[in-house]
Design a protein around this ligand. Structure first.
Ligand code: DAH
Length: 333
């Protein structure tokens, strides 16, 4: 269809060309919005042109009206397309800016850690549990009976001198060893049994590089029919190999009231033999104290010095470091 080019039509064509050009060149959403208002707004340029339509005659008016609608659609579409393009570009720029730089240093979060004594106890217990032992515990405040008498150490026994004891005003005492847990455990259980008991023990020792008035032991006890010193030795060797690897060890004959025969075990460390545990076959009198038949059952027991293990494992030469709160020291472990 052809019709004569009126002034208005020329203006419409120019408006469309100009507006689409401006839209194409706009770079921001704000620019685009301004263009929309400028061309299509209520008082915009298209409205202004259409304001002149009143003067047209009845035949031309619909043609110009149709043309105006086409321009309006073209501008609306142009604005729409450009809006989408700008939004996509903006999103892309944002994603680009937000990319996580994994080489940036992280935020520093101070971290706590286990005390070397606790981690040593955990390591030792892990191995012993792996060998089939159950973990038990007993009180630190003990009666003379559980700490000494039931362990074949009556009141005037010279072996009491081996462990200088803190006595409490009420006649009780602070346990000098975890061996007291042996008695409590056997009283409550029937053989066969395999049990280990970690805990704090107390002695009136003068504090120096290798002694402390409070220290830690792990008690070990196995009771069954036909257990022999060979079983004790095998267990101790397996355990020490697991914890110390190939460090040389030796069994040395010794004496404890609650075991017969008794031994002490040393590990060679920094050119010297260091005692790490006492052990032996449970004395029949100990079984009698808990009502086990010594003709039927045998057993072996050991007491491990936890601090000694910690010192060897961590190459420490002064036990007192373990009880200080020097974080420069503790943070090493
Ligand atoms: N209770 C002993 C001590 O503290 C260590 C010990 C030796 C424990 C021999 C035992 C053992 O169970 O059989 O010196």
């Amino acid at each position: 269809m052809t019709f004569s080019v009126t002034d208005l039509e020329t203006q419409l064509i120019q408006l469309q060309t100009q507006a689409l050009g401006a839209i194409a060149q706009s770079e921001t959403l704000k620019d685009l919005e301004q263009l929309r208002v400028r061309f299509l707004g209520k008082k915009g340029e298209l409205s202004k042109i259409l304001g002149g339509m009143g003067k047209l005659d009845g035949a031309t008016r619909p043609l110009i009206g149709k043309r105006a609608n086409e321009v309006k659609t073209a501008l609306t579409d142009g604005l729409e397309d450009k809006l989408k393009a700008l939004q996509t570009a903006q999103l892309e720029a944002q994603l680009q800016a937000d990319v996580l730089d994994v080489t940036m240093p992280g935020a520093y979060a101070p971290q706590g850690r286990q005390h070397p004594l606790n981690s040593t106890i955990d390591r030792l217990l892990d191995i012993l549990v792996g060998l089939g032992y159950t973990v038990a515990s007993g009180p630190e405040m003990e009666s003379d009976y559980y700490n000494f008498e039931s362990l074949n150490t009556p009141p005037d026994h010279p072996a009491r001198d081996m462990q200088d004891t803190f006595y409490l005003p009420d006649g009780n005492l602070l346990r000098t060893h975890t061996s007291s847990v042996q008695i409590r455990y056997m009283e409550a259980h029937e053989p066969p049994l395999r049990v280990v008991a970690p805990g704090r023990v107390y002695r009136r020792d003068t504090v120096d590089a290798t002694h402390s008035a409070v220290f830690h032991q792990i008690e070990l006890l196995a009771v069954d029919q036909n257990l022999t010193f060979g079983d004790l030795k095998g267990t101790v060797k397996t355990f020490l190999k697991e914890i110390f690897g190939d460090l040389p060890i030796r069994f040395r004959a010794s004496y404890f009231p609650f075991t017969e025969p008794s031994a002490e075990v040393d590990v060679q460390w920094q050119g010297k033999w260091l005692e790490v545990m006492g052990c032996g076959m449970v004395d029949p009198n100990v079984f009698k104290a808990v009502g086990y038949d010594p003709e039927r059952y045998t057993g072996f027991a050991a007491g491990l010095g936890v601090e000694r293990f910690a010192m060897v494992l961590h190459q420490m030469d002064d036990i007192r470091r373990l009880y200080g709160s020097d974080l420069r020291f503790l943070r090493q472990f």
